[in-house]
Design a protein around this ligand. Structure first.
Ligand code: KIV
Length: 458
């Protein structure tokens, strides 16, 4: 790992108490969330130290948050995706866990079948309604950990639960105790933490959870859920929106060790990836993601993005095989029927496709000029040039070489008669009013036709 020294997660400090502030009226942070205007970002210029844990990892919510936002996967899909996650995770298990619903017989069957595979990673965990019956269900299925919803903003406490903060805190504690009594490790999903009163509710509540952890010896995970995507990663922003502030505060004021902190982000303001990286950087070991970011509304943090964030932070993929990401994308498109938006980083059809002639010219000289990394090696996706009116003669030469696999002596350059003929055809198309890109199959036909005319063997 670069630039981060060995350290303990919890620094020595004097005990500071954060009593619960049992307010009469909800604190809706109207200065930040006026509702009839876009939300606001406030700065208090407080900087907290970067504190990346010695171990970081990814957890998966494809089958929970991911599935709740789309039509359910068939069991065969779940099993195949689970295989892929295992393969991607590598021997070190960087994709550590995956969470599953247990509501229906189908959900439970999927869990049993994934467990039968006997994989160490990802570990199967559950997501349940917090009730005695559901805790015994988790136990019965043989899972060790479950997610429990403990919504923490006043939006949820006052308006959804219709409770006071004190009532909510007591209610949540009793549920978590029940979970522990049932012998299951709780993972507390602090829903809507980026709109919650951090010192008035979150810290006092999480302190109680940490006391319970000390008393019972049961690890209690704290998942910080940025339910509406309001989190801000910029240093010096004020709580409750500050991701560095939330992670630092959980770690140092609520005393949660890094390995028990997890960030769960949403992408409503395009910040999911950045916020998850920030969570890692400021002391959360775990970031919760879903494949292709499929999740409620605008989605979650894309898991594949965090594979590459991991590699960039750590300087190594640590055994993860990123070519599996391409296999998963193909599987989603061909077998599940999900269309990945073409410009999606790492997986969209166009993510490493260039159209502009000037870029194609660069690629022809040396592909590193316009490719983010060796996408062929790391993702099994060679850099591509797609032909339009702006592709130019170099773009056409690159397309022909790539499409027909022409290498070295065989490769055509921009002076080749075939390339010149095809370029004339492309120009005529656009001069004639064409506005669409030229598809691979269409161009293949034209190239084959002109190769005969110029006597070039493809
Ligand atoms: C339902 C909760 C836990 C969640 O997924 C979120 O807050 O985004």
């Amino acid at each position: 790992m670069f630039g981060f020294s060995e350290k303990t997660n919890l620094i020595e400090r004097k005990e500071t108490e954060y009593p619960l502030q049992d307010v009469k009226e909800p604190n809706l942070f109207r200065n930040l969330f006026p509702y009839d205007e876009p939300p606001k970002i406030a700065f208090n210029h407080r900087l907290v130290p970067i504190n990346m844990p010695d171990e970081i990892w990814i957890t998966d919510t494809t089958f929970r948050d991911g599935q709740q936002s789309r039509e359910p996967y068939e069991i065969k899909h779940i099993l195949k995706i689970f295989d892929y996650l295992n393969k991607l995770s590598g021997p070190k298990g960087i994709v550590k866990q995956s969470e599953f619903f247990l509501y229906s017989k189908k959900d439970q069957d999927a869990v049993y079948k994934c467990l039968e595979k006997g994989y160490e990673f990802p570990e199967v965990t559950s997501w349940i309604r917090a009730s005695t019956k559901d805790f015994s269900l988790v136990k019965g299925v043989g899972l060790k950990e479950t997610g429990v919803l403990v919504s923490c903003s006043d939006y949820h406490i006052f308006y959804k639960l219709k409770m006071t903060r004190k009532q909510a805190l007591e209610h949540y504690l009793s549920i978590i105790k029940e979970c522990i009594d049932a012998g299951i490790k709780p993972r507390c999903h602090l829903e809507d933490i980026t709109r919650a009163d951090f010192y008035g509710f979150v810290v006092p509540f999480v302190r109680e959870l940490m006391k319970l952890m000390e008393e019972t010896g049961f690890p209690i995970k704290i998942r910080a859920c940025d339910t509406m995507g309001y989190g801000i990663s910029i240093p010096g922003t004020a709580l409750p929106r500050s991701v560095p502030g939330i992670i630092y505060g959980l770690n140092h004021h609520a005393r949660v060790p890094s390995e028990l902190i997890e960030w769960h982000g949403h992408n409503d303001f395009y910040r999911a990836v950045q916020n998850s990286s920030t969570a890692w950087l400021y002391g959360s070991s775990s970031v919760n993601c879903s494949l292709f970011g499929i999740g409620e509304r605008t989605g979650n943090t894309p898991l594949e993005a965090m594979v590459f964030e991991y590699a960039q932070f750590r300087g190594t993929l640590d055994g993860m095989d990123p070519t599996v990401i391409t296999e998963i994308a193909d599987y989603y498109e061909k077998e599940i029927g999900y269309t990945i938006p073409p410009r999606t980083p790492f997986v969209g059809k166009e993510f490493n496709v260039t159209r502009a002639g000037i870029h194609a010219d660069g690629i022809l000289k040396n592909e590193e000029i316009y490719n983010i990394f060796d996408t062929n090696l790391l993702l099994n996706r060679p850099v591509k040039v797609s032909i339009t009116n702006t592709s130019g003669i170099s773009g056409i030469a690159h397309w022909i070489n790539d499409y027909f696999g022409l290498k070295e002596d065989q490769a055509v350059d921009k002076k080749h008669p075939l390339v010149i003929k095809v370029k004339e055809w492309v120009d005529q198309e656009y001069e004639g009013g064409r506005v669409t890109a030229i598809g691979d199959k269409e161009l293949e036909k034209i190239v084959v036709e002109y190769s005969r005319k110029v006597g070039f063997n493809l």
